[in-house]
Design a protein around this ligand. Structure first.
Ligand code: KG4
Length: 391
């Protein structure tokens, strides 16, 4: 069964055709990052306009690469930016109607957790530098062919961890298609925490990949016995705070204290950003060793917070896999540390190929194959900006 997946929840206009939930036959992603860069973040109005302009060409190219008729159309209907979601949803409804095929509505976060199961019909060996070492360890998704082993169904019960620009969320998945949120961020998502720090340190938007590369170069330049990191807070919320809304504090994170600690550090060390006399190359970016140290320390606080909560969550039941998804799952340090965490309890860590970590249509089409009976009539769906996992 070949499904066309359409994704427009944030700042990527994307479409892909996936066969039987896993084999990616075509995949087209138009990223709007350059349009949002001058604003230092995603502007919903700008995103919506760009989706309107690009949805036709992107879907057209995905269909042209596939070259045949699809059996269904799938689309993200939430969570995300309302004016952005509407564009994809309307396009998908029109297409499904004109092709005379069913429409399948998909939750964006649930789809991120399907990405480790995707593989390419045509192998592609391009692995971005920042993740090449860690990606070599992943059990699924890093090499076409490897993903043929093990069925999706045999990976459950699974612990899902979606880390992106909009979400940091731990999900218990007893079976494929069953989702229960067991932990999440109480404020910023990990990606936002990366992006805000990068902005504060003058590294530009988006900041995740830059922080990853600078940190990797900094950590490689220090001795392994002494990473010489600044002890930033590790984002553990206090038990009993109302924001937990019933979730356990040891399965949640809060990055607001970390952000404030970084701001205070920068204010207390004004020379950090003004004195660039010893700036040199760290992972392709010219920064001072002092800035690189701050960047690596900040990243480590986020990584250790996520690793700590994941370690706790993995004790909840006998999981058959830890499924990692979302744009931040590209982070080389998160991949390496979560690999250690999962190895320690002998639970395989399933990670996506780097190109499927960010928003894409393949994850929508892929999950739709397994969720095609989830909604009675997707043609009546409205965009649902605050759609909850498992709804
Ligand atoms: O999944 P995604 O494309 O969009 C959402 O659905 O939110 O994630 C985008 C986020 C951005 O915040 C970006 O800075 C972050 O992912 N990101 C990274 C890395 N690559 C992208 N964060 C940390 N390390 C990376 N290598």
């Amino acid at each position: 069964m070949n499904i066309l997946g359409i994704e427009t929840s944030c700042d990527e206009t994307a479409a892909a055709v996936v066969k039987d939930g896993r084999e990616v036959l075509s995949n087209v992603v138009y990223t709007q990052i350059p349009l949002h860069q001058p604003y230092g973040g995603v502007v919903p109005e700008v995103a919506s306009r760009a989706h309107v302009e690009k949805i036709g060409p992107v879907v057209g190219e995905a269909m042209r690469q596939f070259g045949s008729k699809v059996d269904a159309v799938a689309v993200t209907y939430g969570p995300g930016l309302a004016p952005a979601l509407i564009v994809g949803l309307n396009a998908a409804k029109g297409l499904a109607k004109s092709l005379g095929v069913p429409l399948i509505g998909i939750n964006h976060i649930e789809a991120h957790l399907h990405t480790p199961f995707l593989y390419d019909a045509v192998p592609d060996n391009t692995v971005p530098r920042a993740v090449s070492a860690a990606a070599g360890n992943s059990r699924l998704g890093d090499a076409a062919g490897e993903t043929h082993r093990g069925t999706v169904e045999s990976s459950f019960p699974a612990l899902g961890l979606a880390v992106s620009g909009g979400n940091t969320i731990w999900i218990d998945m007893p079976e494929l298609g069953q989702y229960e949120v067991i932990g999440e961020t109480l404020d910023d998502a990990a990606g936002e925490a990366f992006d805000k720090a990068a902005k504060l340190l003058g590294l530009g938007y988006p900041g995740g990949l830059k922080i990853d590369r600078i940190s990797a170069a900094y950590l490689a330049s220090t001795s392994t016995s002494d990473l010489n990191l600044i002890p930033f807070p590790k984002g553990r919320p206090r038990e009993g705070v109302t924001a937990l809304s019933g979730l356990s504090a040891d399965l949640c994170v809060s990055f607001s204290g970390l952000k404030t600690a970084l701001l205070r550090h920068v204010q207390q060390h004004p020379e950090l950003l003004s004195d660039t006399s010893d700036a040199r190359d760290f992972g392709g970016y010219t920064v001072t060793p002092a800035v690189a140290q701050v960047v690596a320390s900040y990243q480590e606080a986020i990584v250790q917070a996520i690793a700590d909560r994941t370690r706790t969550a993995l004790k909840r039941r006998a999981y058959k896999s830890l499924i990692l998804g979302g744009g931040v799952s590209l982070n080389s340090r998160i991949r390496a540390v979560l690999m250690e965490v999962s190895n320690a309890v002998h639970v395989p860590l399933l990670m996506a190929k780097p190109k499927y970590t960010g928003d894409n249509g393949a994850m929508i089409a892929g999950l739709a194959y397994y969720r095609r009976n989830h909604l009675e009539d997707a043609m009546t769906l409205d965009a649902s900006p605050s759609l909850q996992v498992g709804e």
